[in-house]
Write a protein that binds this ligand. Structure first.
Ligand code: AMP
Length: 187
């Protein structure tokens, strides 16, 4: 099963993503995690990506698409994975559609985690990651509203989007997500 989590920074994609992959036994394909590891490992991708990440902008599509297509080729992804933080632009979304079409495995569901902006800012401010400083948070939110929000319409038009109210306890939010998954719903 190929699943995707969409939502603003701080909407809980990382937290809920971890729970979901444990529950479903899927690999967690987080481009943010892959990029942070590349920065630590000082790979070429890491060196290219760091300056965008440090300013709250987006890493160029071609860098991201290379990273994702390499990861998808690994055998553990043959039955599916959870995309987290990817795609973030329409170019990435269209490229992913083509990739999955070639693999003959369409996207099963796109889960939007929806949180009010004040709550997002509050969560990010308490997280303490290197790019969670107030001016970078503002830029990351701006990037989200400009580049990533149009993806919601893209997937809504495809009939794949499921919007979840992502405020409340971690357990409640997780239960709402499970209730929206194709298999879980049919049980
Ligand atoms: P995240 O952990 O998903 O919040 O990602 C952290 C940072 O990595 C973002 O602020 C971007 O600079 C970069 N990044 C992660 N995923 C992508 C993506 N799909 N496209 C472009 N940049 C990304």
């Amino acid at each position: 099963m190929f699943l995707m989590l969409l939502g603003a920074p701080g909407a809980g994609k990382g937290t809920q993503g971890k729970r979901l992959v444990e529950q479903l036994g899927l690999p967690h394909l987080s481009t943010g995690d892959l990029l942070r590891q590349a920065v630590i490992d000082r790979t070429e991708v890491g060196q290219q990506a760091a300056r965008y990440m440090d300013t709250g902008g987006l890493v160029p599509d071609e860098v991201i698409l290379r990273l994702v297509s390499e990861r998808l080729k690994k055998p553990d992804c043959s039955e599916g994975c959870l995309f987290d933080g990817f795609p973030r632009t329409l170019v990435q979304a269209q490229a992913l559609d083509e990739l999955l079409q070639r693999l003959g495995t369409p996207l099963d569901a796109v889960i939007e985690l929806r949180v009010h902006e004040e709550e997002v800012v509050r969560r990010l401010a308490s997280r303490g990651r290197r790019d969670d400083k107030p001016e970078i948070i503002r830029q990351r939110l701006k990037t989200f509203y400009e580049s990533t929000q149009p993806l919601l319409d893209y997937y809504r038009r495809q009939g794949r989007l499921r919007t979840i109210d992502a405020e409340g306890t971690e357990q409640d939010i997780f239960a709402r997500i499970l209730a929206e998954l194709p298999e879980q719903r049919d049980r």
